[in-house]
Design a protein. Sequence first.
Lengths: 204, 210
Amino acid sequence: MREQELIARAQRGQNELFYELVKPYERRVYAAALAILRNEADAEDVAQEAMLKAFANIRQFRAEARFSTWLIQITVNEALMRRRRDRTVVMEGIDERREEESDYAPRDFADWREIPSEALERKEVRQKLAAALATLDRKYREVFVLRDMEQLNIQETAEALGISVASVKTRLLRARLMLRDLLAAGWQQGWFSRLPFEKGSKPW
Amino acid sequence: MVVNCEQVWLEISNYLEDDVDATLRSAMDEHFRTCKRCASVLEGTRNVIRLYGDERMIEVPAGFGRRLERRLAQSARVSGTRWSTWSAWLVPVAALLLFAGGLRVANSLTSGPELKSKHAQPGWGIPPDMQVVVTADAKVFHVAGCGVIHNKATERTLTAKEAMEQGYVPCLRCMREYLRTASVGYVGLEPEADVDVDADAERETRATGH
């Protein structure tokens, strides 16, 4: 059944179809909550609360928006509320308090080429990438996750986080460049060492 | 129009978003053709976007979908709306199985092995067939991907029942939902238990050197 049909039927009260409707977005909803809360148990709880909220308000969903975007925005709101309520932001990095900076300079300039997507078949590689992402300051991580992992557009990311479009662009630039440098450092440490790259050249 | 490296770095994200005007794009294209450093930055950034944008990068905890569907069904019942088809009978049946499974685990625990941590209580509310992970020299079992797993190189997967039979106790971070539910049914899971199991985790960290 197509998503539009599932939405229409869920809106008419066929509740049992709601799970079928949201199941494809479980991962994205969970990742959005995790990006904001950084705690897996809280992220699951908030992701599920967000789904329940979407379930309770499904009749208010209007077809002009993407369903996935609507769901992610509910999740981000829930996660931000939870963070405020629990005051989980006890310590913030130095960068966190600094003003926006847009002059991040890349550090590694070796030749790059495409990393084959098979690299992600290895749990170890996924864990390393996730760990690199977790080292980013909150403001960079949140924007990066919503834009590049959740595939919200710049405007939607700005609205979800309650920041300006210009801030999203600045943070996104820094997040991408910082992750690129972290991946380059990961290459030095052998993260991708079992992949079939040519000797002596980096995979990107 | 000619751009230098610093200008390229400032605009590279917008370039990848296709959010630069034609003149700037053309100038940047020309720069990438002649500057190996900036070509490296461009390709590396593309890799970042492509790798992190892959759905395999997002893993949800084991049993997430099952727990979500249960909560949705409960929510529908509370609001007095219907939740029909197979889910309607599956939920009470699953609850019954969980209860029966919980009793069996609880029974086995009364005469079972000694818990590895004297600070914690067994996870009576945890579905016995749930996949969990344990690591060498640890006392606690976790949902895969839990943030407080130590010594991950020695990680092995088993069912919650097997873990409990071997004396492991549930992580109070990733298993919190079950323990909160379970704590209604028995005495002993005091709030300070959370601190104690965390302390166990810290001790494991020290012992394993991670």
